[in-house]
Design a protein around this ligand. Structure first.
Ligand code: ADP
Length: 472
């Protein structure tokens, strides 16, 4: 039973009841019997004794003649459920309804409360020891004549045997109520235990299915707060694992695709050279330039993967230097102007003659800006234009990269910074792993800056990179 959580819950609900209920029963029985039942019995006896004493106060024959007294008791006895004793004014036993007392008639019995009764007071004596066969409640009432003389004493008592029935009834009533309570407590304990167990079992099953690679539905977030929180956390974990798994698959698919293309192009070029193309000087040159381009693409792919590694492992550390932004822009723009011209794009640069200095990591920030240029060149069809503008506003420097490419829809603008996301425009321009913008955003964020996008589909895109001039 104690090896399962259900067993623990049931036991924890029932054990306290099992200990408490019998204890409460004993205390309740004791209190009811001594404080209520005995009190009731003594009041009942008192009423009867006072009545008998009244009736006997003007019956001198009872008090003068033991035979008359015995006769009276004999007539009274069958009608009462009590033991009756009559004692004379000086404390001698005159008559008793108990045949065992016959031999004590004429003697002075030693009865508790008799002295009080003989002095004119009503005496009540109770005992709770029902294991003894003796009396439980005695009431002694003096019989007072009209001239106020005490002529004798009436003693009425309940014997243990005669009230046993009443005690038994009380005990079985209390016992019944307590057993009912215990059963109800056990059922409620079981019900609560099952309610607690159900969500835990659901979580265990969900985790098991997760381990075995099955699809799982979100867990219902019901029940007590703690189980709700557990279900919420498990759902969040499942969601996270799902997106990680998706990212892994996507990354593998993109990698296979992106590595396969330049490798295939390189292999074809090498085969052509081996097959004799190296004899033709201009063909050889074209092939070698093409191979260099493919190798450059592979290098950029590797740079993207290194960026992804930084994102995942969290090793992004900047080597900041005080850099003249104007010079840095000129150096960074160089290769991209060439790439734009090679593709037949118009290249416009509007950068002020002087730009301030800033504390940046020139290589890392150059990589971020390079990714923006790379996209602008990549997604703008030949004949289009790419323009770069820079400036300073308040305490930040900005660089805008604008193109006349296909533009990005508002829904996509939210997602393009997500790692491995490749937009719809990508279908027409099948390049890249969907990592460039997410890496650029991280690199700029590490400098305390941000990247904003403004684009209308069909009317080109504008990316603005903001860098704070004061280091935070
Ligand atoms: P990729 O390596 O695929 O270019 P990025 O993270 O750099 O990945 O960009 C994510 C997506 O954003 C791209 O697949 C593309 O759909 C869209 N995108 C980025 N820059 C531009 C742009 N200048 N014009 C149009 N679409 C763009």
């Amino acid at each position: 039973m104690f090896r399962t959580l259900r067993g623990w819950f049931v036991a924890s609900h029932i054990l306290p009841l099992l200990l408490l209920v019998p204890l409460m029963g004993i205390v309740l029985v004791y209190v009811l019997e001594t404080q209520v039942l005995l009190e009731e019995l003594s009041n009942e006896l008192m009423g009867q004794a006072v009545l008998i004493a009244e009736l006997l106060s003007d019956r001198p024959e009872v008090w003068l003649d033991p035979a008359g007294a015995q006769g009276y008791v004999a007539r009274l006895d069958p009608r009462l459920d009590v033991q009756v004793m009559l004692l004379s004014a000086n404390g001698y036993l005159l008559a008793s309804s108990d045949p065992a007392d016959a031999e004590h008639v004429g003697q002075q019995p030693n009865l508790p409360g008799l002295a009080d009764a003989l002095s004119g007071q009503v005496a009540v004596h109770k005992t709770s020891s029902r294991s003894q066969p003796g009396e439980i409640v005695d009431v002694l009432v003096p019989v007072v004549r009209s001239d106020r003389r005490i002529v004798g004493v009436v003693r009425l008592s309940y014997r243990a045997v005669s009230v046993q029935g009443r005690f038994l009834r009380l005990r079985s009533l209390i016992g019944g109520v307590l057993i009912g309570g215990l059963a109800l407590g056990a059922v409620m304990g079981l019900f609560l235990a099952l309610r607690m167990e159900r969500p835990l079992r659901r979580v265990t099953e969900a985790v098991h299915r997760l381990i075995t690679g099955e699809q799982i539905e979100p867990l219902p977030e019901t029940g007590p707060k703690e189980t709700q929180a557990l279900a919420q956390e498990v759902n969040a974990l499942v969601e996270r694992l799902r997106s990680l798994e998706q990212a892994r698959r996507k990354l593998l698919a993109n990698l296979v695709h992106e590595l396969g293309r330049p490798l295939g192009a390189l292999q074809s070029a090498i085969q052509a050279l081996v097959g004799g193309a190296d004899q033709d000087a201009s063909l050889r040159r074209d092939l070698l330039i093409g191979m260099e381009g493919e190798i450059g693409r592979l290098r950029r792919l590797l740079a993207d993967l290194a960026g992804l590694h930084d994102q995942v492992v969290g090793t992004l550390e900047l080597a900041r230097e005080t850099i003249d932004l104007g010079e840095w822009m000129t150096d960074t723009l160089g290769p991209w102007r060439q790439a734009a011209h090679d593709k037949g794009l118009e290249w416009q640069v509007t950068v002020p003659a002087t730009l301030p200095t800033a504390e940046i990591d020139p290589d890392r920030l150059g990589q971020a800006l390079g990714n923006l240029f790379s996209n602008a060149v990549k997604y703008t069809p030949a004949g289009g234009a790419v323009s770069v503008e820079a400036g300073v506003e308040a305490d930040a420097a900005w660089v805008k990269v604008r193109d006349t490419g296909p533009g990005i829809s508002p829904e996509e603008q939210e997602r393009i910074f997500t790692p491995l996301y490749r937009g719809r425009s990508d279908r027409r321009f099948p390049q890249g792993m969907g990592l460039g913008l997410s890496i650029a955003r991280d690199l700029v964020a590490a400098h305390g800056g941000r990247i904003e996008v403004d684009s209308t589909p069909g009317h080109g895109s504008e990316f603005t990179l903001w860098i704070p001039l004061e280091r935070a």
